[in-house]
Design a protein around this ligand. Structure first.
Ligand SMILES: C[S@@+](CC[C@H](N)C(=O)[O-])C[C@H]1O[C@@H](n2cnc3c(N)ncnc32)[C@H](O)[C@@H]1O
Length: 281
């Protein structure tokens, strides 16, 4: 198994070829079957075909999960119910049905604009799984609005509707600012790499912090632009991604490399300009 890397290929085949039970946390953001323009994957399949494929990849991903592992699945309105039924049937237990509300959603002309996705949070063993509440606390309204002395000074657990304003993301616990929301990653954003549906790092930051510990293995069967792997790497987890497209997999490797460069630059500090004479020699 090539840990801390992305494997190019079909996740069903790749995962079924691996030993079962290696992943502490699976985050899966499969194609929603709504006609996105991917590099090689056709995102407009017949319903029966899409669901037959869904069953296969879900089984392969659940097989990869450790006995005390957690599974997060991001999915759209169209097929969330079908995914839930199948995850239940695979023997997992649901902990939350999270709704992630985002800004910069899809603009519609004959219905309301799309501004949310579902994140189904499941565990294999509801009596024994990793959940780190202190890693993801957010300020409560008692703290920020009502100045209530009964408020827990370290904050509360996030609700199951995620807006991900900075003060609601563990990485950006800034009680003084409540005006900035984490939106979808738009084309003009600094975080954006070349992929049509890149997840924001803040979403993965919360999931990986709460449901895994340093050194744990995080698996993403649909790596895409590599958001899960990038955040796992930054948080000191091991990771494994699978991606069908060669072009996207190359992009993931570059993104992971950039983290190494950034970390190296940070430890070395600002580069000093060499004197002109030594540059000539
Ligand atoms: C919704 S995107 C994932 C986006 C990712 N979460 C991110 O933040 O960039 C789904 C990805 O799954 C890939 N994909 C589709 N079928 C696949 C398969 N059978 N195995 C592996 N990857 C696949 C597509 O190429 C696409 O990049």
């Amino acid at each position: 198994m090539r840990l801390n890397d992305v494997t190019e290929g079909d996740c069903i085949q790749v995962l079924n070829d691996l030993e079962p039970g290696f992943a502490d946390l699976v985050f899966a953001d499969p194609p929603f079957n709504i006609g996105y323009q991917y590099d090689v994957y056709d995102d407009r399949r017949g319903k029966a075909d899409y669901l037959a494929w869904t069953e296969k990849w879900l089984a392969a991903a659940v097989r990869a999960l450790k006995p005390h592992g957690s599974f997060f699945l991001a999915i759209g309105d169209e097929f969330v119910a079908e995914h839930k039924v199948r995850l239940d049937a695979l023997g997992l237990t649901m902990r939350n049905w999270i709704v992630w509300h985002y800004t910069f959603g899809v603009n519609c002309s004959k219905k309301f604009n799309r501004s949310h996705a579902h994140i189904l949070y499941y565990v294999r063993d509801p009596k024994n799984y990793t959940f780190n509440p202190d890693a993801v606390r957010v300020p409560s309204a008692r703290m920020t609005t009502y100045a209530d002395r009964r408020a827990n000074p370290v904050g509360k657990l996030p609700d199951d509707t995620w807006v991900l304003r900075p003060q609601e993301s563990a990485a950006h616990f800034q009680p003084e600012s409540d005006t900035w929301f984490v939106s979808r990653v738009c084309g003009t954003f600094k975080e954006r790499v070349s992929h049509p549906c890149q997840m924001p790092e803040a979403v993965l930051d919360r999931i990986i912090r709460v449901a895994s510990n340093a050194g744990d293995v995080v698996l993403d069967p649909f790596a895409g632009s590599g958001t899960t792997l990038a955040v796992a790497k930054k948080l000191g987890r091991q990771y494994l991604g699978v991606e069908l497209s060669e072009q996207y997999a190359d992009g993931v490797r570059k993104r992971l490399q950039m983290i190494d460069f950034a970390e190296k630059a940070e430890t070395e500090g600002p580069r000093k300009r060499q004197p002109v004479e030594s540059r000539r020699s």
